[in-house]
Design a protein around this ligand. Sequence first.
Ligand code: PLP
Length: 389
Amino acid sequence: MIYLDNAATTKMYEEAADAMLPFYTKCYSNPSEIYNFASESRKAVNDSRKCIANIINAEPSEIYFTSGGTESDNWAIFGALNLMREKGRHIITTCIEHHAVLNTCRYYERVGYEVTYVKPDENGIIDPHDIEAAIRPDTVLISVMMANNEIGTIQPVKDIGKIAAERKILFHTDAVQTFGHMPIDVKDMNIDMLSASAHKCHGPKGVGFLYIKNGVKIPAFHFGGKQERMLRAGTENVAGIVGFGTAASIINRRMKYNTEYITNLRRYFINRVLGEIKYVRLNGDMKNRLCGNVSFCFAYLDGEAIQIQLDLYDICCATGSACNAGIKAVSHVLEAIQVPEEYIHGSVRFTISEFNTVREIDYTVDKLKDIVSRLRGMSLEYKISIDKR
Ligand code: PLP
């Protein structure tokens, strides 16, 4: 099996899995209890908190563990709007956010908030001037993702953070695709809230964190016990948090090496596909791009058909377009960057990790070439386009 869907989730580091196990079977205490047995699980949670805080240049007291990226995004938006409810009801975000942000914003629109969805350029990059231009006296939150999950574009978060800080507007960033994959400094980037998730960086599923800058007093999202300094009730996912801390520390140590290794694989992959397959385009910016992201659109083809064919060779990848009940659904991100009509349905995303090899990329490209030419042989749209030339 060749796994090239690392933006969806990643293989857990063995070390992270090993570190978790004792917290299910031996040190299984509830960290809130006061007896001695509980001190080990409490210490383990706090050690993970320290490790994660250190990676993004935050204080441990600014890290709140959650169930993952979706919860962190929801909480950041809910919290900011509630904290600032006297000031206004306007949110600025982008039209290429993950649905964890987009659908939360859509909910708030339904209950009376106004949302400006800033568009990216055709490379998928948000212009900070467009964010600035969208600011109104009643703007209470700016939420812009650090990197896009579909096309991998890295946003100018530092510039946007500066604008938000100067205008005293809360700034949230969804760093689910970047935590552990590129350096993050919440102070230097003027970030008030940041979401991250363990399973995108070789940690376990179902655990993440929200960084909340000290002094930003957003309210609790969950109500119940006093965990996470009374802001996130519920018994801690101790083993998950330990796995997250372990994975975070390993990936952070390897970041420089991984970036170089994965970028080389990506370059090789892109060059082969663009050089050997016709009518294909690379989506997103070439420079400001997550090192593992390879997003193509194949003209006159359906991405889902390519994905299914690759699956027959045990190659896992993703598509931004799906055909459900005969209706072709197109990715909001590809629409936002104005991918031409003949290309937009043929999107396939490959996301590389440190576990992939050149041999795997070669095998994938070889199969992809066969599949594309076979499917094009059957594609009426393709034949018509060739006739017209
Ligand atoms: N934000 C982004 C950019 C993502 O890519 C994802 C997951 O794909 C999420 C949020 C949601 O994260 P989780 O799966 O941890 O809820």
